[in-house]
Ligand binder design. Structure first.
Ligand code: MN
Length: 251
């Protein structure tokens, strides 16, 4: 598993979400997402996007109209004083500094620790813990390699798109009808993450299985996808709530 989590930061007044999977084919999701941000970000200092904001990202230079518009909306939110932190998912791991800057987002390493109240919380996308899916982990190692990424980004957008679609088809064949997104995290990896990072709470997405798990080592909150509904967590000085329902009192 990956080494040390990034620099500690405080998150005493934050909104967290993941797996929006924005795409031109689903304008309803973009609409839901922007509507939710408009409503839920009032009075919030920080927004944490924990990966897979986009259904597919093949490079900042290939951003489509939807990405341009969304980037402008996020930049406008950032201009009001909301810090936007973006962590890569397995769909948008190629989102780079150029687009992030345009959208007013800061790139956040996976995993990262935040401190809220007295609580230490580990934030992750979650795919790195899905270690039971060996072919996926092999693919992950390949596409997260900087040399592979340089080569890939040097191809034309059309070539990149073709390769991405090929990889998607291969993955679909491998997992039959279950996509890589619905493989769950490995329990041993979760236990290891609590200990390695000395946290009492983990928040991640990726599995599209929103739930609040109680482990011996601490709490694990899984964010949901946005295909049919919005899905977010609110963090206030150690107190976590899901859609307004309090999950944990301030720690
Ligand atoms: Mn994912």
């Amino acid at each position: 598993m990956s080494g040390h989590a990034s620099t500690l930061r405080r998150a005493d007044n934050a909104l967290l979400l993941s797996d929006v999977h924005l795409s031109a084919a689903r304008p309803d999701i973009s609409e839901r997402f922007l509507h939710c941000l408009h409503q839920q970000l009032r009075g919030v200092d920080q927004l944490f996007i924990l990966g897979d904001l986009f259904e597919l990202w093949i490079g900042d230079d290939a951003a489509d109209a939807l990405a341009d518009e969304l980037g402008s909306s996020l930049a406008a939110i950032a201009a009001t004083g909301v810090q936007i932190h973006f962590m890569h998912g397995n769909r948008d791991f190629l989102l780079g500094t150029q687009y992030a800057a345009k959208a007013g987002m800061q790139l956040l390493p996976d995993p990262s620790i935040v401190v809220s109240g007295q609580r230490r919380i580990l934030l992750a996308h979650g795919d790195a813990w899905c270690t039971d899916d060996l072919p996926y982990q092999a693919l992950r190692r390949q596409v997260r390699d900087p040399a592979w990424q340089r080569e890939f980004l040097a191809l034309s957008p059309a070539q990149r798109l073709a390769m991405a679609q090929q990889a998607r088809d291969a993955s679909r064949n491998h997992t039959s009808q279950a996509s890589e997104d619905i493989m769950d995290v490995n329990p041993d990896q979760v236990v290891h993450a609590f200990a390695q990072h000395q946290v009492d709470c983990i928040i991640h997405g990726h599995t599209h299985r929103p739930a609040d798990h109680r482990h011996a080592e601490g709490l694990r909150h899984v964010l949901g996808d946005w295909y049919q509904h919005s899905s977010w967590l609110r963090l206030r000085a150690g107190e976590l709530s899901r859609h307004g329902r309090v999950l944990t009192s301030a720690g």
